[in-house]
Design a protein around this ligand. Structure first.
Ligand code: FAD
Length: 487
């Protein structure tokens, strides 16, 4: 019997399976589709996601498969309104890694296979129940129509926007479908320079944006204005997109060899709670929103990084089950924030009123003339400023700490072993040794914390966020913090 059953092998289910497998948790992952997606869909891996993949020991194949974009250029069709650069942000990966979702899924699935776990395809999870004796009983349906009843200790619903798991839990997917239509083209492009940035045209008739995928291949998106009726727009032809590019962008930009042409509408929805009992939701099953900012898949993958170490510690009997309560608290707050940022960006982008457009362009030009505002924007997009300050897992010592505050990201890699989920202790050697001796399965000494402040005692969570931050003298408080977590 697998300890964890994962329904859905999109990018989120695959990340979840990889994280659990590297901790040595037994996992079974099923997907109703016969093959993984061949579509480019989510195109960007942001720096924080890359840091978390490095933490897990599998960032290299992504870096090899992707290309680097250093920033974005906004123009109104005639003049450049603003430039945003990611150069200089505080990370080993100061860029957007452009990589088609089909490639992201390929790398994740191959990494998972190297860890001994194979995705079971054409297997649909039809229903499940939580047993009174603990654990889950789920019914799987295979391609030949036969069903299998399986037992697991935990169920992770990573089954996308139409999640069977979410429906079965009866959770409301609160939000709305926006009443504007969009075109999408994954296509080969010439005449667009430079090729290592995103190009966004804020034309008076609507937005047109280009995102580099691989050499010569770009994602083009354009909004078509308010939807007429409930019927979805038909998929565009290459000629329609080319005409729009000539009108809103630049006639010198030529499109050819389309890979994917589609029309879509934006949904903005989220569940309130991400779990009930032994069942958890992650990724699109829990939150969907505008692709503006390219945060959807990254937010989902970070749901997985957040949950996997907690589940591992509980499964291994190292932590109390109450540790898992923080998953919904932390990730639901992040989901709210991402949803509202993406919504604001979309509204600004699709403004049609000429007065509002001029005001928007002037404000953005003015704001981005201040480097600090550009940095804040880059930190938000890169997801480096995601933090859990209000989480029950974020605790301050009795005395003031000088380094990163509880809930904030520790800015460098400090785990010695990617196969363990332990808190890393940073502080006076005797205090660290004492905590490691008292909680040998929960704490280890940090590996070369160059950014540490000698006046502090800090406990960094296995996902790289500060759990406890106090002064070097706050040993009793650090110990009390760990006692609330330890089984
Ligand atoms: C046209 C389009 C463009 C997009 N562009 C962007 C973008 O630019 N940036 C961005 O961040 N995001 C974008 N997205 C969103 C992004 O693709 C999703 O956020 C991402 O795929 C979410 O991953 P997931 O694993 O949660 O869900 P999914 O990728 O939907 O994967 C869910 C998996 O679960 C499987 N499944 C479903 N039900 C069951 C069941 N009952 N039993 C077993 N398996 C099941 C499905 O077959 C699927 O493989 C785009 C999406 C679309 C459709």
């Amino acid at each position: 019997m697998a300890s964890v059953l994962i329904s859905g092998a999109g990018p989120i289910g695959l990340t979840m399976a990889n994280e659990l497998a590297r901790y040595g948790v037994s996992v079974r992952i099923v997907d109703k589709a016969a093959a993984r997606t061949d579509k480019s869909k989510a195109l960007v891996l942001w720096p924080r996601t890359l840091e978390l993949l490095r933490h897990g020991g599998y960032v290299e194949p992504f870096l090899k498969a992707g290309t680097v974009a250093h920033g974005a250029q906004l123009s109104d069709g005639k003049n450049i309104v603003a430039r945003v650069t990611m150069d200089g942000i505080d990370t080993a990966y100061p860029y957007a890694l452009m990589i088609a979702q089909s490639e992201t899924e390929r790398v994740l699935e191959e990494t998972l296979a190297s860890r001994g776990v194979k995705v079971e395809r054409s297997v649909s999870m039809e229903s499940f129940s939580e047993k009174s004796t603990g654990g889950i009983e789920a019914v799987l349906r295979k391609a030949d129509g036969k069903s299998e009843t399986v037992q697991a200790d935990w169920l992770l619903g990573c089954d996308g926007a139409h999640s069977t798991t979410r429906h079965a839990l009866g959770f409301t997917f609160e939000g709305s479908t926006q009443d504007s239509d969009w075109y999408l083209a994954d296509v080969h492009v010439t005449g667009l320079e430079p090729t290592d940035i995103l190009h966004i045209f804020w034309h008076r008739d609507g937005i047109l944006a280009f995102f580099p995928i691989t050499a010569g291949r770009w994602r083009v998106i354009a909004d078509l204005g308010p939807a007429t009726g409930t019927a979805h727009h038909a998929d565009p032809t290459l000629e329609e997109i080319q005409a729009m590019v000539a009108h809103r962008g630049n006639p010198g930009i030529k499109l050819k060899e389309p890979v994917w042409l589609a029309a879509f509408r934006i949904n903005e929805r989220k569940v309130k709670d991400y779990c009930r009992g032994r069942v958890f939701l992650a990724g699109d099953a829990a939150h969907i929103h505008s692709p503006a900012g390219g945060q959807g898949m990254n937010t989902g993958m970070q749901d997985a990084f957040n949950l996997a170490w907690k589940l591992n510690l509980v499964i291994k009997g190292v932590a109390k089950p109450s540790l898992l309560d923080s998953y919904s608290t932390e990730r639901s707050a992040v989901g709210e924030m991402v949803l509202s940022n993406a919504g604001r960006m979309t509204e600004a982008a699709i403004a049609r009123n000429p007065v509002i457009q001029s005001l928007r362009n002037a404000m953005v030009k003015f704001a981005l003339s201040f480097p600090q505002i550009g940095h804040v924007m880059a930190d938000t997009l890169s997801e480096l400023n995601i933090a859990y300050p209000k989480s029950p897992l974020s605790v301050a010592g009795a005395q003031h700490a000088h380094g990163p505050m509880p809930g904030h990201r520790w800015p460098e890699p400090i785990a010695a072993d990617t196969g363990k989920s332990r808190f890393m202790a940073i502080g006076p050697a005797d205090a660290v040794a004492d905590l490691v001796a008292k909680f040998p399965n929960l704490v280890e000494p940090a590996n070369g914390a160059k950014r540490a402040d000698a006046r502090d005692l800090t406990l960094v969570r296995p996902d790289g966020y500060v759990g406890f931050a106090g002064a070097a003298s706050d040993r009793a408080e650090a110990e009390a913090y760990l006692r609330t977590i330890a089984a």
